[in-house]
Design a protein around this ligand. Sequence first.
Ligand code: HEC
Ligand code: HEC
Length: 314
Amino acid sequence: MKRYSISRAVRGAGFASALFTLFFAPFATHAADTRPTFTPPSAASLPDTEFGKIVRQGEQIFLHTPQMAGKFVGNNLNCVSCHLDAGRRPDSAPMWAAYVLYPAYRAKNEHVNTLAERLQGCFRFSMNGKAPAADDPVLTALQSYMFWLASKAPTGVALQGQGYRKLPAPAQKADYVRGSEVYAQYCAVCHGAQGQGQKNGKHWVFPALWGADSFNWGAGMHQIGNAAGFIKANMPLGQGGMLSDQEAWDVAYFMNAHERPQDPRYTESVAATRAKYHDSDDSLYGIEVNGHLLGSDAPPPGGTLIQAKAKPAG
Ligand code: HEC
Ligand code: HEC
């Protein structure tokens, strides 16, 4: 029963996605968007050389992150879980658009970040894991993949489709109850009634949106604005643009009003950590929702990495 509904949902999504791309995507671009456009090279054009080999390796890490870079990953997400179409899709923070913007200043850590440092953050927060060293082969391969995707792109400028969309502020304040209704109607079929995702045997089919197996409280996706922009453009899978802005804000709020692994920068107390890293309306960390103080019952960061360590040796 469960299997049937998974495969049906996937096939339905694939079909809807193809339809969307054919008929609607060309009209979805904002008329006032003056940023340069760019199309990354096709997968078929990748040369069969030493360079091509490392690019392909980067792509495999991007698609199968726990399998290919397991010692740095503490959950069951892949880079592609949030950067769709192997990091190619506009409005899902595509890698070709990111590549040309680094090094860049980031308010998150208040200094100029190299691309390697940016990627280290993805492992620590989005993957609930551990940062590879800057010269680790995993980061070299990922950067090679990004370099190739950005072949011949103009550098130093924001390209059309870069990052996640910034939705206008919602007409009504984002709401948990309305969000739960959107979730039940449009999301639970794939991501599970408890946001836990779905596995087919050992293989993850749909990633977890909250709980111990998802991204941690330090990740960009826990910010309601990022999540609303991602969801509006990309979810339900294959039907991006279907939800109203209000529905996207409500369901983003609902998703991020649930407990997830602790912020690895946690210091002293939930209140102190909120004051230091989450002091904005964009974060529910340290806020009480339905009688629960978010962050107070968070599983430790590191997920499967620390579980593996806790296992007796031998
Ligand atoms: C849980 C979702 C999620 C996962 C998984 C994830 N990311 Fe991201 N990523 C984001 C969000 C959200 C942002 C935007 C963050 C911000 O600006 O605060 C982002 C931003 C980025 C950027 C910068 C984009 C730009 O235009 O500046 C890069 C590069 C990136 N991610 C790479 C990766 C890589 C590589 C992986 C896998 C190791 C990964 N991400 C995994 C959610 C995710
Ligand atoms: C047809 C199945 C399906 C439906 C329905 C669906 N999703 Fe997803 N969602 C996916 C898949 C698959 C991915 C990962 C994409 C990939 O790996 O290419 C994903 C990724 C995500 C992510 C980023 C990864 C993570 O685990 O945080 C978020 C957030 C998300 N979905 C939210 C939603 C919301 C909210 C809804 C309802 C409005 C929704 N999804 C509906 C299949 C679905």
